[in-house]
Structures are given as C-alpha cells and as structure tokens.
Design a binder for this molecule. Structure first.
Ligand code: PNS
Length: 165
C-alpha cells in the first residue's frame, strides 16, 4: 500500500518527522510530497525543503520525497497511492482537515485519508511558530531536526546580512 503525506513542510518539524516514522511502519511505501505553491510566501524554496526532508528520511528505506503542483488527488493517482496521510494535533486542526478529506473524497472516492494523532510531545509544534520563535531569538532545540536548525540559522543570517547591505 502506497501512502502520500502531503504538506508545505516549511520547514519540516519533529512533529512531521514523528508522523513519517510511524507512517513508514504502516505502509509499504510512504511518499512525502511538498506542495509547489507560488501564492504562499515560503521561507525555504521547494528545493531546499526537499533537501532537508531527504536528509532526515534517509534512514527510512521505504520513504521518498517529491513535490507536486495542482490537485493532490491527481498527484496521488499518478503515484499509484491509495492513501493520504495527515496528522491532527488538536481539535483546531479538525475542521480544516475534515473539509480537505471530504473534498478529496468527492474528487477521488477511492483515495482514503488516514489521520494519525500527533505525538503529545509535539502537538504544539507548527512550522509557522518554529520560524517565529527562531526569528525572535527563542530556543527551538528539540522542535526540529538539528540539520534543519542549522539551515534556519544560515537562512536568518543571510536575511540579516542582506537587510544590512
Ligand atoms: O501542510 P499544509 O500546508 O497544511 O498542507 C496543505 C496541503 C498541501 C495538503 C493542501 O493545501 C493541498 O492538498 N493542496 C493541493 C491543492 C489541492 O488539491 N486542493 C484541494 C484539497 S481539498
């Protein structure tokens, strides 16, 4: 069974990674798919996000990383996936996830969305908050993989350098 774990992953957090690890045990193949969305202002380019993801999923032989444009259900069909994997952290995620799952089911009735509850240690983490806290000088140790923290440090240093010149 092939599953797709779609998202923005800007950047990947330990919450995403926990889901990937658990998903890799549930499915024969798990494809982590990054949405290419020019309308959404991202901190990292899709190529950078793919690189970061590939570094951290390298330990799971049945996990691969790709990107997609357009409808998720079409990408899933092209990959031969029968499952969409999504994580739910809190009740506040539920409404958005329900809407997406029902819309995707309408578009592709044979594609099942499977939800996994986030690990309680990571249920407060989001990419948005990680970027905000890091940008304001807060400690994000343990919230993202060390390689991602390093990239965030370099990215912020570059941004500051550009702002000063
Ligand atoms: O991590 P995110 O940003 O919450 O992920 C959202 C994502 C990428 C899963 C969603 O925006 C998506 O699937 N976009 C692709 C376009 C699409 O298929 N839209 C209809 C889905 S209901």
């Amino acid at each position: 069974m092939i599953a797709i774990y779609p998202g923005s992953f800007d950047p990947i957090t330990n919450g995403h990674l926990d889901l990937i690890q658990r998903g890799s045990r549930m499915f024969d193949r798990l494809i982590v798919s990054i949405l290419r969305n020019d309308a959404k202002q991202a901190l990292f380019s899709v190529d950078d996000r793919m690189e970061m993801l590939r570094e951290v999923v390298a330990v799971y032989p049945n996990v691969t990383v790709d990107s997609f444009e357009g409808l998720l259900v079409e990408h899933a069909a092209a990959q031969g996936a029968s499952v969409l994997l999504r994580g739910i952290r809190a009740i506040s995620d539920y409404e958005y996830e329900l809407q997406m799952a029902l819309m995707n089911r309408r578009l592709a009735p044979g594609l099942e969305t499977v939800f996994m509850m986030a690990n309680e240690s990571y249920s407060f983490i989001s990419s948005r908050l990680v970027k905000e806290v890091f940008g304001l000088g807060g400690d994000i140790n343990g919230l993202v993989p060390p390689s991602v923290e390093e990239r965030l440090r370099r990215r912020m240093a570059n941004t500051k350098r550009k702002a000063q010149s």
